[in-house]
Design a protein around this ligand. Structure first.
Ligand SMILES: Nc1ncnc2c1ncn2[C@@H]1O[C@H](COP(=O)(O)OP(=O)(O)OP(=O)(O)O)[C@@H](O)[C@H]1O
Length: 346
């Protein structure tokens, strides 16, 4: 396919996203407008990982952004790696929410979006992957109101371990969305995606992040709150009872007891008539014990192997989460960023 690059529509840590138009689209094989995610040699590995994951996930799940191919170009003397994606004309949910000036979305919309994201997550997890960077910036909004999960640059196979050569530990994703087991044990499995989904639901509904933190405060203090103690993300009080119950299933500190995407798809918050806004009176039948007695997910909790660091780091020998977090906090401190990706703590 020959194509021309259009205006820039997004920037990420590893890439720039712009519009792309095919110039020889005689058989209509490609949409007239696409998004092209481009990276130079620094972002090539992340883009290659994204292409590999998207190829395995396939294009048959409505909850995931579709991959339309790849290409290499030389621009300004530099080799660029390009990944073509279907174009989400309304951008990310993060940018959409920003326009609302701190207001959230109506609960009916949040329910609909949550159902779509859950269907995407179920597909990812059923294929044996974890997304590892679910956040509003990676949920794209299409012209018809559909939302889809994007950005598979950090996605990985369940149980796959990523460790730095020098024995450091990589903290994936955005600290605000990190699950306790990721903070404490470097585990990034499907369960961590469910925790991140809960954070995204809070943010969609309230327009505010699930964890409150003071502007300019150190991200390590947030990690300590996530990893140590009983504190949970803020569940909005004005959310319906069903919504609050849904979130309580996402925000279970023990990943083995957290609900799976498959289980959550049967929760009344997303499984009921989406046009009804006020569902306070509906009796919630689902009980954690009942679900655990009869798992309805493709992953039995016991057979799901969580990623753990096998690089011989000191973290293996630590017994308590407090020690692990304290060790992280004692390391060299990267800049606190709410929106960006890799935080490397050595
Ligand atoms: N298919 C798309 N259609 C429209 N906009 C897109 C598309 N893909 C990405 N974008 C925009 O570009 C931004 C960056 O894209 P993406 O998150 O995939 O890049 P990244 O380099 O992996 O970034 P991150 O720092 O989040 O890892 C998104 O937040 C979104 O605003």
């Amino acid at each position: 396919m020959e194509w021309v690059r259009g205006e820039t529509i997004g920037h990420g840590t590893f890439s720039t996203v712009s519009l792309a138009t095919p110039t020889n689209n005689a058989y209509g094989a490609f949409p007239q407008v696409m998004a092209v995610k481009s990276a130079d040699s620094h972002g090539a590995a992340s883009l290659a990982n994204e292409k590999w994951v998207l190829d395995i996930l396939g294009n048959d799940c409505d909850g995931l952004v579709r991959c339309l191919g790849e290409d290499r170009t030389v621009e300004n003397g530099e080799e660029m790696h390009n990944l073509f994606l279907e174009y989400a004309s309304r951008g990310s949910l993060a940018s959409h929410l920003k326009k609302l000036n701190g207001e959230g979305l109506p609960e009916s919309t949040v329910r609909r979006h949550t159902g779509s994201v859950l269907r995407g997550l179920r597909h990812i997890h059923a294929k044996g992957f974890a997304h590892c960077d679910l956040k509003l910036g990676n949920i794209l909004l299409f012209g018809d109101g559909a939302v889809k999960i994007a950005d598979f640059g950090l996605a990985k196979r369940a149980g796959e371990v990523t460790a730095l050569m020098d024995g450091g530990v990589q903290i994936r994703g955005t600290p605000l969305y990190m699950a306790p087991e990721s903070v404490n044990d470097n585990e990034y499995g499907s369960e961590a995606d469910v925790w991140a989904l809960g954070c995204a639901v809070v943010e969609m509904f309230s327009g505010k992040t699930a964890w409150s933190f003071k502007e300019g405060s150190h991200f390590m203090s947030l990690l300590i709150r996530i990893g140590v103690g009983d504190e949970l993300p803020r569940i909005p009080e004005d959310l319906s009872e069903q919504g609050r119950d849904f979130l309580s299933k996402c925000f279970v500190k023990d990943p083995k007891k957290r609900w799976t995407a498959e289980m959550l798809l049967n929760h009344p918050f997303v499984a009921v008539d989406l046009d009804q806004d006020d569902l306070e009176g509906v009796d919630i039948q689902l009980k954690t014990e009942e679900v655990f007695a009869s798992p309805r997910c493709p992953f039995e909790f016991s057979s799901w192997v969580s990623a753990s660091c096998d690089s011989g780091t000191q973290y293996h020998t630590l017994e308590a989460p407090e020690e692990r977090v304290a060790t992280l906090a004692a390391g060299s401190i990267p800049d606190w960023s709410v929106t960006n990706n890799w935080v490397i703590v050595r």
